[in-house]
Design a protein around this ligand. Structure first.
Ligand SMILES: Nc1ncnc2c1ncn2[C@@H]1O[C@H](COP(=O)(O)OP(=O)(O)OP(=O)(O)O)[C@@H](O)[C@H]1O
Ligand SMILES: [Mg+2]
Length: 605
């Protein structure tokens, strides 16, 4: 656990210098506190017997020092010395707090950004296997708690530093009594170890329960449509409340242990004071000035021993969170795609799939023996039953995954050798599962292209037949569309996604079931736009509805991950194979609808 903190804070974040600065300031503060306390001895002795020479050797040492500096060794100058040191300590403590706050907040922000960066560049396979609620929890709650480990560890180190100084001062004033105090404090610290070990175990459970709570909360909000339509509000609420209760139980256990530790410390403190007074007066016959000075040291030191012990508990909890965040960062980084070096500018000939086989998790093959090519400027269509592998094939083109076997060649160059950013930038995609950001229409269309002006955005929207409905919205292009575009209809969302793909002026336009939610008229208009760009833009269309792909130059029929048929519309129909059977099925359905309408209206439609 401490290894993770060292690795993340000092090696990766580079916070060692900041940490050392805090320790440096702490050491100076500790030394000043030591001098301050030591000055109490001459002050108390002067108060007890004014004008008397000699006394404890600490007093004699200060008298020599004052003499050398040329300051009279009187009560007034001792008090002045004390006041100056107190002011110095105040200023340095303020500086220390600022340094700690700055380091802790900056470290937390760095951790969050690093985790987000790693997740954004992680492989799709890794991301698909993750629970989004858990990741959200790691980016917020766990990172925040992990960041506070810096506060706890610096407080503990500072506490140790100050205690060492107090201890040295105490040993200088009264060695035997100091040894009694040290011995009893060590026993107390060891006894606390029981609670620290317990905390570690509870903290691991707490972190798991917190992620469960967060993921259930996020799922409830994301799935609110399903929850309401299936009437399972009570069920999901009960589930959430159970998570909230289990988090409460863990937090309560940690809090209860902390309270026990605090009470235990207070009682122990009184025990130590009693022992010192008893041994000091009966066994050692020490002067009142020495006993008062020692008790003062104890009164200053004991809350620190207590803080130090109690702080070990939140440190243990924060280290569990830090371990969680770090392993999430590392796992995401390990799945990053290795980028090629060759920049992609434009497609010259086409893209070829050579002996492609693909499996998501190493078991069943989702695509096998896939050999086909799509040519520049042509429209290639992919159709096939649900689950046949159409979207998987598109994901391979986008290099969301690397093929398990075979190569994808872009103008003869292996896709893995291309610079990913330049390749993906030249592709416009409307995916089957459309995601829109909770922002304005303009933001969603101009995604990643902030340099483009309003006119270009409107032109793209017109081409996607989205302009008219956008203009009718209350604030036109500035209308906020709600989370995931919930304020829009399914067809409107598809047209927005199409507009943002068109705006990129892509070399390759990929439409995965991109018009499935559109009415026939809108779809016909989009078909005519696709016909317009034919020759300049390479288009890949995935569709179940065969009318959508009637004009394609080439149609590929996928069945169980294999290319079953390939050809243009007429040749595939002539083959009388799978494609022809889809066609017959779909046109049969259309004919049935026509017959029904004819029956209802009493004439042909
Ligand atoms: N992330 C994934 N991990 C594991 N298996 C997956 C994953 N995504 C899809 N699959 C599986 O791969 C197969 C092909 O899925 P794919 O999404 O490519 O089908 P599709 O042809 O696009 O279907 P549809 O027409 O329903 O969109 C399916 O059996 C599916 O269960
Ligand atoms: Mg699909």
């Amino acid at each position: 656990m401490y290894k993770d903190l060292w690795q993340l804070f000092s090696k990766e974040y580079g916070g060692l210098r900041q940490g050392l600065s805090i320790c440096g300031v702490t050491i100076v503060v500790s030394l000043l506190e030591g001098i301050n306390i030591a000055l109490l001895v001459p002050m108390l002795e002067t108060l007890a017997s004014p004008g008397q020479e000699g006394g404890h050797w600490v007093s004699r040492g200060f008298a020599t020092l004052f003499e050398e500096v040329g300051v009279p060794f009187t009560l007034g100058s001792i008090l002045l010395g004390l006041a100056i040191i107190v002011l110095g300590i105040g200023a340095l403590k303020y500086l220390r707090f600022i340094l700690i706050e700055r380091t802790h907040t900056a470290f937390t922000a760095w951790m969050r950004s690093k985790l987000m960066g790693n997740l954004l560049s992680a492989g799709m396979g890794h991301l698909h296997g993750q629970n989004m609620g858990v990741l959200a929890d790691e980016l917020t709650t766990q990172s925040s708690r992990a960041g506070s480990s810096v506060i706890h560890i610096t407080e503990i180190l500072s506490g140790i530093g100050i205690l060492v100084v107090y201890l040295i001062t105490a040993f200088l004033v009264a060695p035997l009594l100091a040894a009694v105090a040290l011995g009893t404090s060590c026993i107390m610290t060891l006894a606390m170890q029981y609670y620290i070990s317990r905390t570690r175990a509870i903290a691991i459970t707490l972190v798991n329960r917190e992620t469960g709570l967060q993921s259930t909360g996020i799922e409830n909000l994301n799935g609110i449509h399903v929850i309401k339509s299936f009437g399972i509000e009570q069920l999901r609420w009960d589930e959430f409340r159970n998570h909230a209760k289990s988090v409460r139980d863990s937090m309560f256990s940690i809090g209860r242990d902390r309270s026990r530790m605090t009470v235990f410390q207070e009682i122990g403190l009184f025990g130590i004071i009693g022992a010192i007074v008893f041994i000091g007066t009966t066994v050692m016959n020490a002067s009142i000035a020495i006993i008062v000075a020692l008790l003062f040291i104890l009164y200053r030191a004991m809350p620190r021993v207590s803080t130090l012990n109690v702080r070990r508990q939140p440190l243990a909890t924060s280290l569990v969170s830090l371990n969680r965040v770090k392993s999430s960062m590392d796992q995401a980084a390990a799945t990053q795609m290795i980028d090629g070096e060759q920049r992609f500018s434009d497609l010259c000939r086409g893209v070829e799939f050579k002996d492609i086989a693909f499996s998501y998790n190493g078991s069943g093959l989702v695509l096998r023996d896939t050999n086909f090519a799509f040519e520049k400027g042509k429209m290639t269509a992919i159709t096939g039953a649900s689950g046949a592998g159409k979207t998987t094939l598109i994901d391979l083109i986008l290099r969301f995954y690397d093929s398990t076997h075979g190569k994808i060649l872009v103008d003869g160059v292996d896709l893995r050798e291309l610079d990913l950013e330049s390749w993906r930038n030249s592709i416009g995609v409307v995916s089957q599962d459309i995601f829109l950001f909770n922002d304005t229409i303009t933001y969603n269309i101009s995604l990643g292209k902030p340099e483009l002006g309003m006119e270009e955005i409107k032109t793209a929207a017109r081409r996607a037949y989205a302009h008219d409905f956008i203009e009718e919205l209350p604030e036109g292009y500035n209308t906020k569309i709600g989370d995931r575009g919930w304020n829009l209809s399914g067809g409107q969302r598809q047209r927005l996604a199409l507009a943002r793909a068109i705006l990129r002026n892509p070399a390759i336009l990929i439409l995965d079931e991109a018009t499935s939610a559109l009415d026939s008229e809108s779809e016909r208009l989009i078909q005519s736009y696709l016909a317009e760009i034919r020759g300049t833009c390479t288009v890949i269309v995935v569709a179940h509805r065969l009318a959508t792909i009637q004009n394609a130059d080439k149609i590929i029929v996928l069945q169980d991950g294999e290319i079953a048929e390939e050809g243009d519309w007429n040749s595939l129909l002539a083959k009388n194979g799978i494609f022809a059977s889809y066609y017959n099925l779909q046109s049969g359905l259309t004919k049935n609808v026509e017959a029904e309408l004819e029956y209802q209206t009493g004439g042909p439609v």
